[in-house]
Design a protein. Sequence first.
Length: 379
Amino acid sequence: MSVRMAVAAATAAALSMALAAPALAAGPAGGTDDHAATRRAMAAAVADGVPGVTAGARDAQGVWSATAGVGDTRTGAPRSAADRYRVGSITKTFVSTVLLQLAAEGRLSLADPVEKWLPGVVRGHGHDGRAITLRMLLNHTSGIYNYTADDDFGRSYFVKDGFFQHRYDTLAPGELVAIALRHAPDFAPGTSWNYSNTNYVLAGMIVERVTGRPYAEEIERRIIRPLKLTGTSVPGTRVTVPQPSSRAYSKLAQPVAGPSYDVTRLNPSIASSAGEMISDSADLIRFYRALLGGRLLPARQLKEMKTTVPAEGMPNAGYGLGLIDRTLSCGVHVWGHDGGIHGSSSSAVTTADGRHALAVNFNGDWSGDMDAVLEGEFC
């Protein structure tokens, strides 16, 4: 759910994300493979311990996809380029897009205080929804405590014993917010930056308050159906990942040298509108190309989304409204988001003109260099 995180590290950093001879699937038949560096980075991730990798790209030469490693460590079945996977915090870009569409329709303003839409909800231990705007939620400058950083939450959902006891729990958005409000704010609203999943749980609640429909329905109606994202869903409490898909593996905060555990089945309500969605690489590429290409938002709202603030802990990057601007080592800017949830670590990015896009997923959350895959593709 948080940026570039491993679930094994999530206990300490709030949902923050070996096969010696990886098998690499071929790219599309015909044409020249200009993605050799991407393939090498994928193979290196598998050599580093990631069970399997799936990636897709689109550039001037067309559509490309490849896989490395396995999708099932028990059977040795390979990953598929068509795999659906849990995308974690990539969900945030979808939620932000819906809120910005509502702003464009005049149904809300980014300057609205949270209190206007959720009266009395953000109160306690110094939190005050009257001083926090919707914009602050979307760019993580609200100061609201991150509920996934709560120690009890971590022990219940990210440590081995807790996970296997609670993996099918259903948690309502209000319960997640209540966990956050047991803690003092990280800072006064608008004075600093800290990644907080609570911000986007509240954003999803506001979508429902404004529209009268759950945020999942609004994403389906406004984004998934219009873009024909056939591999994308908002699962709610559904514990399975639709086929085709691979297994997902985690160390569950155990030593990296120890065993990994199959964590494919879980109730994603613990992530809610901060990170519960499922998609595939082709759909993520289509979504980000449409978004940056102006097909989902008017120019004014897209400009707002791309207005970034410094993001501590994210080198060479700025955080907009559910959108990250990352500058790679070669100077290329890519826009998108990262996402992690149990057993799944993902990234989806595109150049600002939408001409070159990449989506990649690891089906393990404790190792592998995602940045190296992006560098290989764009540099």
